[in-house]
Design a protein around this ligand. Structure first.
Ligand SMILES: [Zn+2]
Length: 344
């Protein structure tokens, strides 16, 4: 075996298949080692597509392969560019025309992105067989949409990926919250500055900030990547109202009625309250009633949750998505599978 870590897969697949895969993978020349497709593996190993997909995905878990994203022309299927997950969203927005068929103003969706694999240079010594997924029921598709549907990939991980620099900036802004400044306005601005910064990291949020005299932050959310699967950001509509509440008091039902009023003025159907403390129970009842009556989504994020975003790598979009599920189900405890909340 060239890749010793592949031995961990011999319990899950036929030994002969793994041996064949091992030698095929090793001998792939470097000039094409960044474009290994599931279809290619299916042919080479003479196995089912879903099994090839599963083996390649397990190889990602074992750190032998990493995923690459081939952006294809929606008109002629020509591969325009192969990129990493970090560059995916920006490239989709930047690509306008196809150099093969010369079509212009292309609208690239998650169906036009094919998942490929790239060989990693260094093989990891650490074998963690716990990473191997047990589920074998993958669909027969290698599009990004299919990977979302199979829950192999989560859109939140594509749209919220702070860089190291952004993480450091977040820490700086977060630590300013609550610090004494010369005047009270500055104190109020700290939470807002931090919130604005986090919202700007979310790639689908274009923060067109319309400041009014009453301190609202208005973010125009344009979802440029057409997501075919049901995705929570689509439910929030094109305009999300974000309001920061810096005071130490909990947002109560009067505050929620005020936010609902702002949503009505802006014809928005969703609002995010960023506050130091959790909302009161009557306020949460108001939010749930508004949701049931007219589908308005108002959720609140507190200081402790923001701390987890800053220091525990909690994905801000996972947090937001779970808050929305909590609102819909009238749940009072956090439903996310993120372990950071279970420590307490
Ligand atoms: Zn084309």
């Amino acid at each position: 075996m060239y890749y010793q870590t592949l031995l961990t897969l011999e319990k899950k697949y036929d030994k002969k298949i793994i041996e064949k895969y091992d030698s095929w993978l090793y001998n792939i020349p470097s000039r094409i080692s960044d474009r290994i497709s599931i279809a290619k593996a299916t042919n080479e190993l003479d196995i089912e597509f879903s099994m090839a997909k599963s083996i390649l995905e397990d190889s990602v878990s074992l750190d032998i392969l990493e995923r690459r994203y081939a952006i294809k022309c929606p008109e002629c299927n020509h591969v325009i560019k192969i990129v990493s997950i970090e560059d995916l969203y920006n490239e989709i927005n930047d690509i306008n025309n196809c150099d093969a068929c010369e079509f212009e103003n292309l609208e690239i969706t998650d169906e036009d992105i094919q998942i490929l694999y790239k060989k990693k240079k260094i093989e990891s010594d650490i074998i963690d067989s716990n990473n191997i997924k047990k589920n074998l029921s993958y669909t027969d598709t290698d599009s990004l949409r299919g990977f979302f549907e199979d829950k192999i990939l989560n859109p939140n991980d594509i749209f919220y990926r702070p860089t190291e620099e952004q993480k450091n900036d977040m820490i700086k802004l977060f630590e300013k919250i609550g610090q004494k400044e010369n005047n009270t306005t500055a104190l109020g601005n700290q939470l807002r500055d931090f919130t604005e910064y986090v919202l700007r990291i979310v790639k689908v949020f274009e923060s067109a900030n319309v400041r009014t005299e009453t301190n609202e932050i208005d973010c125009l959310v344009k979802n440029k990547l057409r997501i075919g699967i049901p995705y929570f950001l689509n439910e929030l509509g094109s305009l999300i109202i974000v309001e920061c509440k810096n005071e130490k008091s909990s947002p109560g039902n009067t505050y929620y009625h005020k936010i609902q009023g702002i949503l009505n003025i802006f014809k928005s159907k969703s609002g995010i309250i960023v506050a130091i403390k959790d909302p009161t129970k009557p306020a949460l009842k108001v939010a749930n009633a508004n949701y049931l009556m007219n589908g308005t989504i108002i959720v609140a994020i507190n200081y402790e949750e923001l701390r987890n975003v800053v220091y525990e790598n909690l994905n801000f979009l996972d947090l937001l998505e779970n808050k929305i599920i909590m609102l819909k189900t009238n749940a009072t405890t956090y439903l996310g599978d993120n372990k950071v909340f279970e420590k307490k």
